[in-house]
Design a protein around this ligand. Sequence first.
Ligand code: DCP
Ligand code: MG
Length: 371
Amino acid sequence: MESVRKIIHVDMDAFYAAIEQRDNPELKGRPVVVGGSSKRGVVATASYEARKFGIHSAMPSSQAYRLCPHAIFLKPRFSIYRAVSQQIMDIIREYSELVEPLSLDEAYIDASENLKGMQYASKVAQDIRRRIQRETQLTASAGVAPNKFLAKVASDMNKPDGLSVIVPETVSVVLHKLPIRKIPGIGAVTERKLHKLGIRTVGDLRAISERQLIGTFGKMGSWFYRIARGEDRRAVIPHRARKSMSVERTFLEDLSDKFEIEQKLRFLAEELEERLSKRSLRGRTFTLKITYSDFEKATRSITTENAISSPDQFLQMGLELLKKTEVGNRPIRLIGIGISSFLGDEEEDKGPPPSETQLSLLGRDRLEPAP
Ligand code: DCP
Ligand code: MG
């Protein structure tokens, strides 16, 4: 018999927005929307007050503006968020050697053998929440369960500032109505496929036989079968901070047309921006990677003083660097772009943010909602 693991998932509440409200008391209790700095202008997160208007992450800022014109729109201050994240992760690491950060504001903790010798994982979770609150003046929610999947489901159950525990006896009740999108490995495409089969909740999924799931989804099918029953054996894997982020495409047929290559680059630029902003990473080095049709590789990079952070900038730099390769004259089979030299680690805390009046004077520090 495997021993039962005690897994905790900690997730900060309205992370970016909560930090903005903490640092500027005038924003407390008000709808605050923190938005991406790219041209596409999407909402990174919204305070719980703004969520009442239907505003949520990944929504176009223009739509958020229509839903709540009196919301306060702010540009993200990544270096501050990274510093707070560091503080939180340091607290968490006092409790276990097995900590796996998922993003700036989220981590799994294996508390089975915690460093404080506490018997109950729920006590560990409460302790962590209390310390985060005391040391950062921010609230975190936590979930405690026998595995990662259930711990993450649990942390979502009592948000904000809540703690939930899922024990084996409550698994099926808790999962019954959970939308399948919450299952790790189910993205938009698989979700659509399952919806077509009339499967919308984990309860629906549970009614399908393992054979049928494997028949339709292959290996993934047996993962779905187990996860629908709350079974998840993934380990908490502590990892080091990431040093770079990149995206690439290998083509079915080698490409030599400059216009087509530029199109590919455009897609990659958007994709890279999305991945970076998900993890709130910004860096100063841009790298272009090419593999020619004969497998010879070429990389070119640029390092700048400030963060390179919009898809437009990625595209500009990509095109600039392409000129320094043989692209156009020689067919390529792969193109990739990436960002490294991340900001935050070496960057100093810039102190408290300007007050609201200063903010409105500094037009550029406000996120301009599209008309
Ligand atoms: N984030 C982002 N773009 C997204 C989702 C999130 O830039 N599409 C950023 C902003 C969030 C942070 O990551 O503050 C953490 O993401 P969460 O999904 O945990 O959302 P919040 O912490 O903001 O809210 P919640 O209380 O729901 O956890
Ligand atoms: Mg969060």
